[in-house]
Design a protein around this ligand. Sequence first.
Ligand code: IVH
Length: 681
Amino acid sequence: MNKKEAKQKIESLSIELREHNHKYYVEDNPTISDYEFDMMLKELQELEERYPEFADSNSPTKRVGGEVTKNFETVKHKYPMLSLSNSYSREELVDFDDRVQKLAGKKVEYTCELKYDGVAIGISYKNGRLERAVTRGDGTQGDDITTNVKTIRSVPLQLKGDYPDEFEIRGEIFYPLSVFRALNEKREEAGEDRLANPRNAASGTLKMQDSAVVAERKLDCYLYYVLGEELPYDGHLENLKAAASWGFKAPSEEKKLIRTAKNIDEIFDFIDYWDEERSALNFEIDGIVIKVNDYDLQEELGYTAKSPRWAIAYKFKAEQVETKLNKITYQVGRTGAITPVANLEPILLAGTTVKRASLHNADQIAKLDIREGDTVQVEKGGEIIPKIVGVNLDLRPDDSQPTQYATHCPECETKLIRLEGEAQHYCPNAWGCPPQIKGKMAHFISRKAMDIEGLGEETVEQLYEAGLIKSIADIYTLKKEELLPLERMAEKSVNNLLEGVEKSKQVPFPKVLFAIGIRYVGETVAKKLAKHFKSMEAIRAASFEELVAVDEIGDKIAESILHFFEEERNRELVNRLADIGLQMEISAEEDTSKSSKLEGLTFVVSGVFEKFSRKELKQAIEDHGGKNVGSISGKTDYLIAGDKMGPAKKEKAEKMGVKLITENDFSEMINSQAETQGRLF
Ligand code: IVH
């Protein structure tokens, strides 16, 4: 392939991939398989690596993120980001309609749409390319989170069709509920607290420094407001429809996410419909927004200091019911964390029967003074598990007693502890408390950890009860003769189990590290640690300072790791697993980040980069045998130049004959034969 052909191929692949991306993430109607998509993406990645001069910063390959932003820049909004005035009753909507009609002097057309409960974003486009994405902030200025927003697949990086040269589009970024649930499950697996609700979770994710992590998080975005000087139509809905044709995920009439209303009754119809149907949506809404459609009339109605007079939000009441709290019980998790649970008189709430609600922790119970026998208000809000929001004191029985929080583990009677600064109580008997032992084993064998075929959670329970396994390592000494007499253990299932156990010895080191169940070391953290330290031995020997020096590893995780290895029994367990033959080091294939390709070469890294942080680039130089220096001299071989590099540096480099290269060139240098993924690590 010559250069011209490569350029053409890069362009055609980009167009095709963009189209399939749109079909998948915006229309929810893919026409090719994930595999075919991945193959095309890989082809594009390879071409872009080979011909970095044709690689576009908005290419479909850039969805994986990579750039790390330490501090998000504050940017002033071109158009202030206002809020909406809220209403909670139908009367207020009637008043709103009256006011608007009076001023208009005629019948007014409204649009009704959903009020998405997420994080507001303003995205500007220039000549069809995504330029900048800024949070609401204080309404006048917000944070530039472009790198993170670019990873959201339903946000187009390059538009199609007949779009204006310059405009801004506003919308709401959110976690689909299915993704949010999965995220919480993953956190629970890592022994981390569950995130309270999807909106806060989305907000937290968008402020993460590493866009590659954001890219994995599967955020979504609905766009609901177009602003600009050259919009094609004079009405809100028409422009939104146009935006959909440029590639945006805008609410569609077809899915009933938006409609026009010619009178107040049609507005009420929309409200009634969604009040009923909202529980079926895969995202959270907290109300309905009613907007005057016509731009001229919008202008005439104008604005108050905070919100437009041409729009109003109608907020749904969170569904709430009262029921009796029969008993407070306590659950013990795999890490020993105690969760108090309210066992309720079963009651119907938002379409499901609720029997239990989480009480979070001791402080929460004390704050609301929740007691057994109370009649409590239960609400289904952002959280998936219903919560108790209050107590009906009028119905409190005369003999009611304040709740005494559990002092001992309900399972093993050990005295509970509560660490300073933590909300949760813990059962410290990690090695003797049955749910903790079983929980650790279940985690160890789970799909994302050792993935032991033929061994499920129920079997683990059975083997534990039968006294065959007391610790994780015992799984590897199970014998056929011990298993056969057990219930539901036929010859075939026993063989399967033993084969699965044997096979798991080949499971790569990062998964082993995740599987041993160090608190706060989830899948992603385990991968980072494995990549950095390369072996269990090195992690075990690492100091606090060495641990926190790793990207994304904070004080809490570092302390937890140190604490884990301080415990004699944990060290013994890890030794036993190593003796059994589990993978305790990263394999040569996984460890792509080392070579001697750059031996004898000296580099200066300067400026701001798209794909990698400066720290990552410097690390990569060292890993491949090169040397980093701070300033350019006659001995410097290469200057890796990013954005915002001072002109003086460039001049000096040119004068001294130092070669200027981009991060892509560098990536190519070290990845040449070794890798095809376009990533350093
Ligand atoms: S229009 C000038 N439409 O609600 C009017 N906002 O309190 C701009 N929101 O900051 C907003 N869904 O984050 C509009 N369909 C929708 C919306 C919506 C959610 C959010 C938005 C805004 C807040 C207003």
